[in-house]
Design a protein around this ligand. Structure first.
Ligand code: C2O
Ligand code: CU
Length: 484
């Protein structure tokens, strides 16, 4: 299948429709093709993976001969950790950066005190300090991990990694390729430029001049010709929304934010910051190649190439096997409580006095986790901008084990990838587009879009709920949901 750009864009709205707007109470959640239920655990003890992540400055020649002062978790500048589903991940984190940090395990439904949010779930780990993250991974799929403090700079300098939780495949793939997409804010001299500026923070974000996949500019990968390849795409850019397109291969979507979905033909998909997409692609004949593009640009931007290598498999028609169904409880909409949540620009500066938060005192020594500007709000509330204030009260107090439907309302002319910690949403429907129902921990709101998502608030704690355009979060579009 070869697509022209025009065709791709035209097909954008033609994705499978399983739901319509508005949400009807009691609407059926069944998808068109049921996914195979997971095998019962085989009785063997869950595996334990020990990881060591040492955040440090690691000057690296990434795109030129100039050493770029990357901040990374490992000498492998983009670490990938693999754990099997139900296994335990024990991470010894050491911070050798010149400022405090933490590790947030994005999208993992873990205990609140392992969530890695400074001041909210743990004290930040100071320079020279250590912290052990120790939790069980309940869901399969691809997840980013990244810092959650001074994030525009820390993530901007490369402080991130990929966690792959295995155990969802009903059939072997001929290859498994990871594509971690990120801009680099690097200027012509080969040095970092500003990770954020007011113009970007108040609009779509401060984009980088250099695109990358796996921290390389237009890498060329290989996969067996004619083979069926699992392609795991993940956007870890601070800001940029990529509209993924493929040329040179047939492809099907098999997972969103790591969670299985009944396979459907891939045309294009928008990946905001932290969002993931798993595709199964059929590689072309030997010598041909598959190109991965970002179509969200005046001209398609080539991100990476996959060469068809070897003599080639001869396979029958392309009919990708589904992954095992996710282990996330499908929310029961008949009992759901509805909440409207509006994302807007901040009309007024954030209030100087914020309510006390459960007795906890927010007393950052350095104000690193806060910005001095406020541009954005959630339900007219902004994350406080002052470095010496207390944590804001939760914008919502949710009852444990209650099912909620959130109507996410974008009252701005910009896109916002909205992320919930500790839980996974079921995306139901939108007033702007027809996507199949799918699980997601980060949901991209287009300008003026309204999206319904549902979830069971079954994980107690104070959970961050924010836009994942880091500059938007750091200038007000960030909040806490309390589940108790
Ligand atoms: Cu990936 Cu609160 O973030
Ligand atoms: Cu935003």
């Amino acid at each position: 299948m070869q697509f022209t750009r025009r065709k791709i864009i035209g097909l954008g709205a033609a994705l499978v429709t399983l739901s319509s707007y508005p949400l009807l109470a009691g609407q059926s959640l069944s998808t068109s093709r049921p996914l195979p239920p997971r095998r019962k655990p085989s009785g063997t003890a869950p595996s334990i993976v020990n990881a060591t992540l040492r955040a440090a400055v690691r000057p690296t020649k990434l795109f030129s001969d100039t050493l770029l002062p990357l901040w990374t978790y490992h000498d492998d500048i983009l670490p990938v950790i693999r754990v099997s589903k139900g296994g335990r991940l024990r991470t010894a984190f050491r911070n050798d950066l010149p400022e405090h940090s933490s590790i947030h395990w994005h999208g993992i439904r873990l205990p609140n005190d392992m969530d890695g949010v400074p001041y909210v779930t743990q004290q930040p780990t100071p320079p020279g300090g250590e912290f052990v993250y120790d939790f069980t991974v309940p869901d399969t799929g691809l997840f980013p991990f990244h810092s959650h403090c001074n994030t525009a700079e820390q993530l901007g300098r490369g402080l991130a990694g990929a966690l792959i939780v295995t155990g969802d495949e009903t059939k072997f793939y001929d290859a498994d390729l990871l594509c971690v997409i990120k801009d680099w804010r690097v200027g012509s001299g080969g040095h970092f430029t500003a990770f954020s500026n007011d113009r970007g923070a108040a609009r779509a974000g401060t984009f980088g001049a250099v695109r990358s996949v796996n921290y390389q500019h237009i890498p060329v990968m290989e996969a067996p010709a004619g083979g069926d390849v699992r392609l795991r795409l993940m956007n870890i850019d601070n800001s940029r929304v990529n509209q993924i397109g493929l040329e040179g291969a047939e492809a099907a979507v098999i997972a969103t934010d790591g969670q299985a979905i009944a396979p459907f033909p891939f045309e294009t998909w928008r990946l905001g910051s932290a969002m993931r997409l798993d595709l199964c692609i059929r590689m072309p004949a030997p010598g041909h190649e598959v190109n991965i593009f970002d179509y969200f640009a005046p001209e398609p931007v080539l991100l990476a190439t996959i060469k068809a290598a070897g003599d080639g498999f001869v396979r029958s028609d392309f009919n990708p096997a589904p992954l095992y169904a996710a282990d996330i409880t499908e929310p029961d909409l008949s009992t759901a409580i509805y909440k409207r949540i509006e994302f807007s620009s901040a009309a007024v500066p954030s209030p100087r006095s914020v309510k006390l938060f459960n007795g906890k005192i927010f007393d950052p020594m350095d104000g690193l986790c806060l910005s001095d500007k406020t541009f954005w709000a959630i339900n007219k509330t902004t994350w406080p901008e002052d470095g010496h204030q207390r944590l804001p009260a939760p914008i919502l107090n949710l009852k444990k084990d209650q099912t909620y439907v959130f109507e996410l309302v974008n009252a701005t002319p910009h896109m916002h990838p909205i992320h919930i910690h500790g839980h996974t949403f079921l995306y139901l429907n939108s007033n702007k587009q027809s996507l199949p129902k799918h699980f997601a921990d980060t949901v991209l709101l287009k300008p003026k879009e309204r999206i319904h998502v549902a979830f069971k608030a079954d994980n107690p704690g104070d959970w961050m709920f924010h836009c994942h355009i880091i500059e938007h979060a750091e200038t007000g579009m960030m909040s806490i949901l309390r589940v108790a």
